[in-house]
Design a protein around this ligand. Sequence first.
Ligand code: AMP
Ligand code: MG
Length: 487
Amino acid sequence: MDKNKEVISEIGWNLKKSYTKLPNILFSELKPDFINNPRVIKVNNKLAAELGLDFSKLTESQISNLFAGNELPPLSRPFSQSYAGHQFGHFTILGDGRAHMLGEQMAPDGHIYDIQFKGSGKTPFSRGADGKAALGPMLREYLISEAMYYLNIPTTRSLAVIETGEKVYREVALKGAILTRVAKSHIRFGTFQFLAAHKDYESMSQLLDYSIERHFQINKITTNKALGFIEAVMARQIDLIIHWMRVGFIHGVMNTDNSTISGETIDYGPCAFMDQYDFKTVFSSIDAQGRYAFGNQPSIIQWNLVRLAECLLPLIDNQEKEAIKKAQASINKFGDIFNHKWKAMMLSKLGIETESVDDEELINTLLSWMQEKNADYTNTFCHLMDLDHANDEIYEDQKFSEWKHHWQERTKKYQLDTIMKNINPVMIPRNHLVEEALSEAETNHRFDKFENLLTLLSTPYIQTNLREEFVKTPKKSENKYQTFCGT
Ligand code: AMP
Ligand code: MG
């Protein structure tokens, strides 16, 4: 074996062919663009180890060529996926317009993980766009997806970022980049919508079986298979949105193509974390109507679930009326399940293990006070955990003091510390910190702020001696924040 082949064989690639055994309508096989001068910016060696991969014996140039798609892993047959989606309520045929799946890596944990390039060139789904990605948005996805992972929130992850050395043209010329993304799968609500649009129910039935096998325990889906699937996806998505609400995360573009069957957060475009609590917070410049505002996320995911259920109607029952009735009965469970879990989550933020009658009022009074006073969402809970940095004068407010007294009475019997400290983060990727780190990386090619932020975000719940600049509420001037659907 020549030296190069030997090194590659030691990486630990174990790519399985699974998605491409599904009907051809679901994907298109093609290679990523060749990149002349790739340069590695970041590799996630911890994640690599979880996937059974080890890049430590590769030279920098080999790593750059690997994550540029120039040197594909053995047995990789790259492909792009077909899908559709409701974008801001309007149905469109989409597909991976700039992504190539390398394959599914069988990891030591026994699961398979999609390994996908994003920004790796045009595909049959590019719809006139360039198939490329810019460095800033790819580093942003890397940083926020890893932050989400360490916040214990289901998410796709980031394995590497390379710079392509090419320019990508948006409103201005930007540095090109490719992100390598890892996911439990990239099957979206929109993947089912794509097959429904083609009335291809034979393929949908196969996709349904595949999705159930890959993401759910088949024996747990006991009723009608399609209905059981809808309810299982609903449960995952409810858990996910509740996690988002727990940490103040706003996805920003909850189109049905950005809702996964696995229940992982996907596509970190205009997402952001809320500093001051406001139910109506929107950061995305393209969301003028506030469709995807912080407080709308539960009703939007329910809307998306209805779109998923509509696709599956013919697999629920041959009789359309019956199918609709059954699907509605499943989706109607959403409200109760969501409210119950949301309340349990909010109570655990307050250190309360078991609910009592007045607790809903306790939660709502606090939220109204935060909304009225523009209190920092993260730091209000840090204040309740007695953390030094959160002793702002805002908490001397009379109304808050009364509420706090009431809360202290209510929680006397609980071991507050242990309950609250694993639920309430101290460190979140605050927008001004993210922008500062990215701007240093993009403009000056300096990555120390990015690296430092990444390190701090990898222990969001346990922080000792954290410098105030990382946890304080941003000043008003740092606060007028807008995100752009960065591509
Ligand atoms: P997103 O907003 O990232 O969820 O993307 C929505 C759709 O637009 C997907 O089908 C993407 O593949 C496609 N897309 C986004 N940016 C590009 C690009 N630069 N070139 C080709 N397709 C793109
Ligand atoms: Mg997307």
